[in-house]
Design a protein around this ligand. Structure first.
Ligand code: SAM
Length: 252
């Protein structure tokens, strides 16, 4: 049983309430009773071991037992701009990116990309972020921004960001080589559509942007995103690249 529940308002004071689908899940699926204990999180970076005091038809009253600031985020952050694949593959991608610690997912508008997710689809993907965060122990939600072009991504990137563009082919640096010289600064990495990035898009990135190879095979969009995020999430644990980020695994 997942004992983590998301509260969509900041938890303040000694009592709080779960409503909506989170309450429904506790009441009808898990058949919780007064006295049962769960962990709440509210996207503040804190989590709150809590005890159920009362259950209504679609509302759960809880007593906050403790407040713990537990950081399971990557630091420096990883922003991943991806030309989203179609259909169910989007949800799968979102779930895996949450598990791997991606800070922000940017649906990338590209010359050869498919239609962008509309607001309703983005809402569904944000719901998937909550579900994955409950499961993997993150106390901050991965942000999913509105769709952006490459130029918009570059303009919105944090100060002193490293820019990487995943692009198959001989002119790209192997990822392991790039990692050896990576700095402990935020990373904005971009993954293109099924048809790849256009020459114009590659030119838009400018010389500061490093082109990276993920091997000699052509990966699907979500495989490329997964490979990139998993490697970055592992090296952020390496002192040779920077401070050690993720000290608080849920089973620590
Ligand atoms: N024929 C396309 C091309 O040459 O770019 C293949 C596109 S691939 C299906 C989708 C995206 O995944 C690419 O735009 C790139 O960002 C990433 N990708 C796939 N395989 C890769 C590899 N071996 N190295 C680097 N990036 C890769």
């Amino acid at each position: 049983m997942s004992k983590r529940f998301f509260v969509d308002e900041p938890v303040v004071g000694e009592r709080t309430q779960l409503t909506g689908s989170e309450a429904e899940h506790l009441i009808r699926v898990l058949r919780a009773k007064p006295g049962d204990e769960v962990i709440l999180f509210d996207d503040s970076g804190w989590e709150y071991p809590s005890r159920i005091v009362a259950l209504g038809r679609s509302l759960v009253d809880l007593l906050i037992l403790q407040r713990q600031q537990i950081d399971r985020e990557l630091s420096p952050p990883l922003l991943l701009a991806v030309a989203l694949p179609k259909g169910d593959r989007q949800r799968w991608l979102v779930e895996k990116m949450v598990e791997l610690g991606v800070t922000e997912l940017i649906p990338l508008k590209t010359d050869r990309g498919v239609a962008q997710p509309v607001d309703r689809a983005l809402q569904r993907l944000r719901r998937a972020v909550v579900e994955a965060s409950k499961q993997c122990g993150r106390n901050r939600l991965m942000t999913i921004t509105q769709p952006r072009t490459i130029s918009e991504c570059l303009a919105a990137a944090p100060h002193e960001c490293q820019f990487w563009l995943a692009h198959p082919g001989g002119c790209s640096e192997p990822l392991h080589q790039l990692l050896a010289s990576a700095k402990p600064l935020p990373i904005l990495a971009m993954v293109g559509p099924e048809g790849g990035f256009s020459d114009q898009e590659i030119a838009t990135c400018g010389p500061e942007c490093r082109r990276i190879s993920l091997g000699c095979r052509t990966l699907r969009i979500e495989t490329a995103a997964l490979a990139l995020a998993s490697v970055v999430s592992l090296i952020t644990r390496d002192d040779s690249v920077g401070p050690f980020f993720c000290q608080n695994s849920p089973c620590a």
